[in-house]
Design a protein. Structure first.
Length: 443
């Protein structure tokens, strides 16, 4: 059998049949280190996904996982690999990482213009009305009309969205919103806004506005008196402006705010007091800014409802222990920074964390207690870092971990109790291909 295997390998490699016996012997000697790797990986001819029988206590050995309803144990690499191994197919069930999906969802916010894209312009809630702008459903679409003020003829009731995208509102003066009708969502995207006068938003004191889009403008700072008492705002989007510093007065009177999007600005520093008076804040996006260091005084201890925090794609080089005082945080995104080492207990106080993204950093190593306290973590993304070895003790506290992602498949040996480890392999589909892999064969 071994001779036949060598013959087949050489036939495929050359395409002309077998080679002289001396060359076969040389090839066998050259392949010895690779065969040792094969042995360590537990790969044998014709059985790359070995299925075992549970022991007398119905337990599977380390690195194996019990099928749901059948007396079978499948290796880690067989879970969610696209091929059914369990007789009940349970190894291919629950293979969508919903926690990881939250990360991609936060990167790409759905545009408000797509809310009623199933309706034609002119199919409106208000028939036979002569408005200043087209309507669609319960929306008024004053998009890209070179307006310099809010138009006069607008519906005064049942207005869900007023979309003013792409107009020319360089300065929002004190009386700009004086004729603003009651509306649930106001869109001021791409309006070249450079300045907002103090008290300009006082009209919101008796307006039911809940969502305000002011992304993709040119604001270098926020007004001294931004929002009045009594406003109902729950979502504020200030992404991709020119903000570089946040003052402690910027977000006053926003007790009902649940989501604050500050991504894509130039923010390099802020004090904890900036967010201290946002008791109902659940989502905070600070990704794509210029933050460099996180320490225990960075965030207030009043954000008890925060469940999603994105600090991805900043310039963060270091995170001190106890930086994140968020008892209900579920998703923490730190991808694309400059972290080189994760110290002991960096993420303590985050006992409810489910998803942690540390991908695309410069991490070379971890302290053994780097992930202490994360008993509920189910997804850990570590791709795109520099470390190529990992002590299994680093992951010992992660008893709920279901998904882990590395750049190198051999690191999965440090995570044998995790149901799904990616990559499942090095992209090689069989022993034959493994022996023919140029990287593993060397020169």
């Amino acid at each position: 059998v071994e001779s036949a295997t060598r013959t087949a390998i050489e036939a495929i490699r050359t395409g002309i049949g077998t080679k002289p016996e001396t060359e076969i012997a040389d090839a066998t000697e050259a392949e010895a280190p690779v065969r040792e790797v094969i042995s360590l990986l537990g790969i044998i001819d014709g059985a790359e996904s070995d299925i075992l029988v549970p022991d007398a206590d119905d337990k599977c050995p380390g690195g194996y996982f019990h099928c749901n309803t059948t007396a079978q144990c499948v290796p880690q690499r067989a879970n969610c690999d696209g091929s059914v191994d369990c007789d009940d197919a349970s190894d291919e069930v629950n293979c969508v990482n919903e926690v990881d999906a939250k990360y991609w969802d936060h990167l790409y916010r759905k545009q408000p213009f797509g809310r009623h894209d199933n309706l034609r312009i002119g199919e409106c809630l208000w028939p036979n009305e002569n408005f200043s702008c087209p309507c669609r459903g319960d929306e008024i679409l004053c998009r890209f009309q070179q307006l310099t003020d809010i138009p006069e003829r607008l519906p005064q009731h049942d207005l869900a969205t007023l979309d003013l995208t792409g107009n020319n509102f360089e300065t929002i003066h004190e009386t700009f919103f004086s004729e603003l009708p009651d509306v649930d969502s106001l869109v001021l995207k791409f309006c070249s806004i450079r300045e907002i006068a103090s008290h300009a938003f006082d009209r919101l004191a008796d307006n039911p506005l809940r969502t305000l889009y002011m992304d993709d403008n040119k604001l270098p700072h926020l007004p001294e008196h931004f929002f009045p008492e009594g406003n109902q705002l729950s979502i504020l989007i200030l992404a991709r402006n020119h903000l570089h510093h946040l003052k402690r007065s910027d977000f006053l009177n926003l007790q009902k705010l649940q989501e604050l999007d500050l991504r894509g600005n130039r923010i390099g520093n802020f004090e904890a007091e900036v967010f201290a008076r946002l008791p109902n804040l659940e989502v905070l996006y600070l990704n794509e800014n210029h933050l460099k260091r996180l320490d225990p005084d960075r965030f207030p201890r009043t954000l008890l409802n925060l469940h999603t925090l994105s600090l991805a794609y900043n310039q963060i080089e270091d995170i001190a222990a106890n930086t994140f005082p968020f008892p209900r945080l579920r998703y923490l995104f730190l991808a694309g920074n400059r972290l080189s080492h994760i110290r002991d207990e960096t993420f303590c106080n985050l006992s409810n964390l489910q998803g942690l993204h540390l991908n695309e950093n410069r991490i070379e190593g971890f302290d053994l207690e780097a992930f202490a306290c994360l008993k509920n973590l189910s997804s850990l993304l570590l791709t795109g870092n520099r470390f190529q070895t990992l002590d299994s003790r680093v992951l010992k506290n992660l008893t709920s971990l279901d998904y882990i992602y590395f750049s190198w498949f051999h690191l999965c040996s440090a995570a044998m109790n995790v149901r799904v480890c990616d990559p499942h392999g090095d992209g090689i589909s069989s022993k034959l291909h493994l022996l023919d892999n140029q990287i593993l064969r060397g020169s």
